[in-house]
Design a protein. Sequence first.
Length: 380
Amino acid sequence: MNFKLNEEQLMLQDTAARLVRDAYGFEQREQYRQSEQGFSAPFMQQLGELGLCAVPFAEEFGGFGGSGVENMLIATELGRGLCLEPWLQSVIFGGGLISQLGTPEQKQTLLPPVAEASLQLAVALEEPQSHYQLHDVQTVATPASGGWVLSGRKSVVIGGQSAGLILVSARTSHGVRDEQGISLFLLDPQDKSVRRRAFPTMDGRMACELYLDDVYVKSSAMLGETGRALSALRYQQGRCIAAQCAEAIGSMETACALTLDYLKTRQQFGQPIGKFQVLQHRMVDMRIELDQATSMTLLAACVADQQDSDERSRKLSAAKFIVSRASRFVADQAIQLHGGIGLTWEYVLSHHAKHLLMVARQFGDDDHHLHTYARLLQSA
């Protein structure tokens, strides 16, 4: 197979790389992280102005009709810079759900501002008890005059503290853990019956707990058919997994580069510690894990936008498993080879390590995806 990028893809990659390099130094990132929003709104706006938020969408909605490969190129550069903006949650996950489930009116109203980065989306699917199971939904939607009333709680809504619109899954029929009866709603977080508790995640990104106390939404706020949203949630989460794997690759590449540079400069016994063979072997092990994860990420990017199937799901779970294991290995080894400085908050490597550990657990950890892969393999 030919894995070379075409001219347009190379230009896209270069645009994203230059933007991150020029606007996202470590000191700047720390300022963004400590701000009220937890990220840089001007940088998010730049992503929109340069078309980096419009890539996945159809041309009729202001997009470029890009594929998983184009998403991979952008996500890799964002991961390399440890960018805090909720690009993945807003553009890939939220925008993808609207593209798949939305009515023509909903798409025309919502997708252009998402593509321009003037509207930020968040996706609230996880609940305290769900543990990666998208069908474990206890948030309830009951019919009301001209709409629905939502009650329940959503956990770790990345970017939910600043989102202009939140996509919320809720059960409209059937019992808890049943795969039928799950619907998706567009929720205005400014509603007085909505309560958000914002907090920083382990890697510095902002998230929130979402509390819904008899929140009324109109019938027009539902995405897709009543009770049949689960397949779309799983499909779009698969696209997110592919993009997140690419984000992890960018972070791992930077962690490896920082570690190699440290081994070349740190002196011990009158010579750089990189001359010790045992440390060279550990550095090689890091690169081997990175190369394997890179190959699986490319596979995930190639299948991310394919038609939903067990084969697609198997490949995405395999990629997430390999990348999660590699992320933890690279983070652990980088800290070990750096010594104490690798854990200090003032050094960028510690932030890459925390981000890689977070990636290894978001959208399902390695155990979850290994089980999913085995189950899909048995059903084949």
